[in-house]
Design a protein around this ligand. Sequence first.
Ligand SMILES: [Zn+2]
Length: 272
Amino acid sequence: MVAVSETKTAPEVSAEDQERSGAKQGARSAKQAERSESANAAQEVRTEAQAQPERKQKVEADAATTSASSKEAGLRTCVGCRKKQPQEGLLRIVLDPDGVTPRVDYLGRLPGRGAYSCPTMKCLELSVQRGGLRKAFKAQVKGSADVLMQEAWSASRRQLRSLLSLANRASKALPGHTRVEWGLRNEEGVLLLLAQDASPSLQRKFRRWATELGIPVYEALSKEEIGPTMGASETAVTLISDTGFAAKIIQELERSKNLLLIQDEEGPAFVK
Ligand SMILES: [Zn+2]
């Protein structure tokens, strides 16, 4: 689960980024306090590198599965289709400590060697069944594309809820019919989010209104999923009033686009 309890209100940062940078800043300022003013820049750089051994380890391990030139360009090779893609659009896969079970590292934070796959069933199946992961990890990988897709799917929904929750705590979200109307009248909105199970009439009304104002409209999650992020049991419509949060939320929605290919009782992650 995503920990949102420590996070305060930096609008342009996701839950995890905020948590991580918060921890980093804390560590950094403590270090800076200890350090005398005469400490030189080289020393500072070294300390910073030492402070992130896990991150360094992860980067080095990933580099082992990627050529130097594509690494520089931020590209990674999908172990399914073997095409090079921007890293942000791919799913990072790591091995469980058991050494054989692949796991989706959706936020790309876990240490150790990582392999990348397009977030599609086709590429995950190729990765698992045709030996792409086996080659990348040099291990007898025992997994299923279905399980990996399900993990990515759940992680994406978790990340969305976490971003919504942060936006709400930062008072950058206007949840519910009345507040959204107020926000649209006062030109407070930059992103309109409709629950997938919002009533068709409500969807039509707000979709038309937001579109006229040039505000992007996305459909994602259910009323029951969004509600708790807004301190309610159910929320059908939410207006995000901050461009930083809106950008993060849209980025996550776009990233999860390919996960649409999975069909389960929860329905597609979102429809634009
Ligand atoms: Zn692929």
